[in-house]
Design a protein around this ligand. Structure first.
Ligand SMILES: NC(=O)C1=CN([C@@H]2O[C@H](COP(=O)(O)OP(=O)(O)OC[C@H]3O[C@@H](n4cnc5c(N)ncnc54)[C@H](O)[C@@H]3O)[C@@H](O)[C@H]2O)C=CC1
Ligand SMILES: O=C(O)C(=O)Cc1ccc(O)cc1
Length: 361
């Protein structure tokens, strides 16, 4: 693949474009908003000039409801030999593409399973898709050249291709992406008018659960309106779980010992079912779920401390698998939680201790 057109240079389009230009591909950028395309170009994502001949692949990176229309326009102008999109929902766009009479042989649905809370080209990252699943939804009429072009795109972005049927994809993302987004928003919404003293107590738990509540409402409205029924089905099941959980908590408050015990058992079951579900979430790069150990280190809240700590870990030959930082309220220290392989814990703790770091148990 030598030439690619990116139509829609927001977060996802520009991230793909950056990954591709980084691999020496010529990328042509366009957007209904010329400023977005110019911004993407200024970041080194490609050129805003028009291609003089059909490109090898066009990536349609616009909201789900516009995929069909934009694809039809691009195909009418002969922009590319093959086409894909990146929309978070696959069935609706597929129906639209067929209804509008698009050339479906040279189009394959796609969805990179990576995003950020911000949108627009300025939030783009060349490594956004690295190690992440990238769903492709070929149909019997998808031709081989188009499938191969999409597979090459996925490889060039460092992602892992997952071939799925569009409806199965929509059910899956309703479970692992769309429902978690709504629940995160609902939990965070409880904080909107909460007492300041309560909010100040926020620790890592509520931060983890509400991280994605900072997402762009416009983008989520686009996504949820394209998958509303499937998400509503899952929320209905969750509502039943919530009902059971409320009943169990009420039971735990009664004076009747047997009822209290039954309530406790139900609550324990909820937490255990959660443990089992959480343990099924794949590790980095799609590896089997991995249990890392946490090494907590207190650092001063000042420039250069984190990089000094990371260099120390590298010197000890320890790979940091993940990292989180707890900031203590009102203090100029942070607690860095380094996630490492269990076998590396002792080496890291000893190395950091020897160099005077404040390692916490
Ligand atoms: N943001 C995320 O976390 C993820 C989003 N997606 C999907 O990627 C697609 C793009 O989303 P983002 O990049 O986040 O949105 P964004 O809002 O950052 O970018 C969308 C861009 O499309 C442009 N656009 C709108 N109509 C257009 C048209 N008719 N022709 C050309 N350009 C047009 C807009 O001006 C905007 O620059 C959506 O389908 C979304 O569902 C997929 C994975 C993750
Ligand atoms: O935070 C995450 O991991 C996400 O789930 C982000 C995300 C948002 C929308 C998508 O279509 C795909 C991924």
């Amino acid at each position: 693949m030598r030439t690619v057109a990116v139509v829609g240079t927001g977060l996802i389009g520009t991230s793909a474009a950056l990954a591709l230009t980084g691999r020496g591909i010529t990328v042509y950028l366009s957007d209904a908003d010329p400023d977005a395309a110019r911004t993407a170009a200024s970041l080194g994502a490609g050129t805003t000039e028009e291609p003089t001949e059909p490109v090898d692949l066009a990536i349609i990176a616009v909201p789900p409801a516009l995929v069909g229309k934009v694809l039809a326009d691009c195909q009418r102008h002969g922009l590319a030999r093959c086409y894909t999109d990146v929309a978070s929902v696959k069935s609706g766009p597929r129906t639209e593409v067929t209804t509008l009479g698009c050339d479906t042989e040279h189009y394959i649905g796609g969805h990179p399973m990576a995003g950020r809370e911000q949108s627009g080209p300025l939030a783009a990252r060349a490594d956004l898709f690295e190690g992440r699943p990238w769903v492709l939804t070929p149909t019997p009429d998808t031709d081989t050249e188009t499938l191969n072009a999409a597979l090459e795109l996925v490889a060039l972005c460092g992602a892992m291709p997952v071939v799925m049927d569009a409806a199965a994809h929509d059910r899956a993302v309703a479970l692992v992406s769309h429902t978690p987004q709504l629940l995160s928003s609902l939990v965070a919404a409880r904080l909107e008018h909460a007492d300041e003293t309560a909010v100040r107590l926020a620790g890592q738990g509520v931060r983890d659960v509400t991280r994605i509540a900072a997402s762009d409402p416009r983008m989520w409205l686009d996504i949820l309106s394209a998958n509303a029924g499937v998400v509503a089905d899952i929320l209905e099941e969750l509502a039943a779980d919530l009902g059971t959980t409320v009943a169990a908590l009420r039971a735990m408050e009664t004076g009747d010992e047997a009822v209290r015990r039954a309530g406790s058992a139900d609550i324990e079951a909820v937490i255990r079912r959660g443990n089992h579900g959480q343990a099924r979430i794949p590790g980095k790069h799609g590896a089997p779920p991995t249990r890392y150990e946490t090494v907590a280190v207190a650092i001063g809240d000042q420039p250069g401390e984190l990089s000094r700590l990371f260099r120390e870990a590298a010197r000890a030959g320890v790979n940091i698998e993940d990292v989180a930082i707890d900031h203590s309220t009102g203090q100029r220290v942070g607690l860095v939680q380094l996630q490492v392989e269990p076998s590396a814990v002792r080496r890291l703790v000893e190395a950091l201790g020897e160099r005077g770091w404040d390692v916490r148990d």
